[in-house]
Ligand binder design. Sequence first.
Ligand code: AGP
Length: 615
Amino acid sequence: MCGIVGYIGHREAYPIVINGLRRLEYRGYDSAGIALYDGKNIQLSKTKGKVADLEKRADSEISKKGSLGIGHTRWATHGVPNDVNSHPHYSNSGNLVIIHNGIIENYSSIKTELINRGYTFKSDTDTEVLVNLIEEVKKKQDVKLGKAVQIALNEVVGAYAIAVFDKNKPDEIVVAKLGSPLAIGVGDDEFFIASDASPFIEFTNNAIYLEDEEMAIIRRGRDIKIRQIKSDKLVKPFVQELKLNIEQIEKGGYDHFMLKEIYEQPSVIKDTYRGRLLADKGIIKLGGLEEYIPKFINADRIIIVACGTSWHAGLVAEYIFEDLARIPVEVEYASEFRYRNPIITENDVVIAISQSGETADTLAAIKLAKEKGAFVYGICNVVGSTISRETHSGTYTHAGPEIGVASTKAFTTQITVLTMIALKLAQVKGTISKSDYMMHLRELDMIPTHVAAALKSNDKIEEIAAVFKNATNFLYLGRGYNFPVALEGALKLKEISYIHAEGYPAAEMKHGPIALIDEHMPVVVIAINSNHYGKVVSNIEEIKARKGKIIAVVTEGDTVVRELADYVMEVPKTPESLTPLVTTIPLQLLSYHIAVMLNKNVDQPRNLAKSVTVE
Ligand code: AGP
């Protein structure tokens, strides 16, 4: 998830583009770049690092002249964060310049084709492939920039929001969108382009939001032409008046980054399996895993090392790897594992899970495992992070920047990746039937829809939060796949509301925690349709017998638990092995609303850091 900005009009573009990039930095901040055009010379400056680093570099590198400009702040997906991989990218001739937010899935086959036609590439990015494809189309078919962009985009698969201009057309910028956001600010005799309106809201409240598979040719001092990329049909621009302020927009209109990130889960889960899960074809392909499948299949065991929420994702993986792929799994707190002198052999596979990719304890656990000869596979959200470089191979979650300290979308995208790995190994090992495998792929493909449905209970959950916001303790209970979710729910509440909470396997309650239960103890029970349903119902009756207040997460249409519980939070039906991806949602929202009602700093809770880079 990157940030793109563009301007064409009568003002100097540099300050508008730079300021816009600063506003979009929450979207990605590992490298930045700008290109300006004054009709004669293109001035391009780009660098690894933050927008502030770009400003320093631009001061010494470019004249900052030009009333046409495009800029980019990056969240790397293809190619590690460095100067050459940062945007904008030139085409081979130097005539075309592009910025891009998204992922071109079939870029490597296009790249091979272009190389056979004599093109050369400076970066590892999919974006540089796209701008050269546009150049090739323009040259071979002798068409204008707009047409060339349209033809090229009909050849690519993936997500994009792009802005591209041509040295030979100083009064035109072409933009296009599929999957990634793109807003066009309509001013007096000037146009602004951006991933959201925050870069131009101070100049105009009039914005056009391009729909998927639409492109626009924006000409200086002229009107804007919008077309459907596939059908070529002209589209009447729909200009809407925005009633938002900057701060709100960065949060996408949400009060907090955490709530925004909770609501981003349907799209980022889709982004995480985009191009990797082809459910109708029964295909799972993970670039980093393919060549190492034998290592996983022949491993004595899989050891998962992580911290905090990532450790909870590891616990969910233990259930699915053992259940579907029949591979023994051990889940370790990285901080304990690194000092426990653990027994590790070269027949072990270690999976290290980390959102930030910088957590010190997890990093140390990785180093220890490598020293002892194990194969180490990373699951990270930050491209180019230390852990992604330290591991032998890995898979990135595509959650985009997670700014709220309390991890939400990283958790569900980690589980999405781990589920795809387990299903892939189960299919290769033959420990899952063809029909069960296909069912799981179809159901995983449905998860974004189910998560969106679970989010619809937000108002109801807010009411439940109001009832329990003054509780001093909470108990969270779950069984099987949902025991780790109970732990995660408790952690979320602790982190942001500072209320003490404990997660427990529901059956374990009788061995102690049940002593805590009375009419003042809210107990959150995950009671979805599962092999354990009957047993969870008994646990609820045991709590009720001690006057405990029961908040139950149930499957839509549940009738039994609804009669027993004081409050229910519904989630759509999905196979048990995928339920953590939906049962987590109401628990995230419950903790969020309680913390807001207690006036806590939800995005930056006390005593916590987004990435714990020290021991
Ligand atoms: C979770 O909400 C916390 N921010 C924290 O427990 C976090 O999960 C832990 O520090 C691990 O971070 P990582 O995933 O970046 O390694």
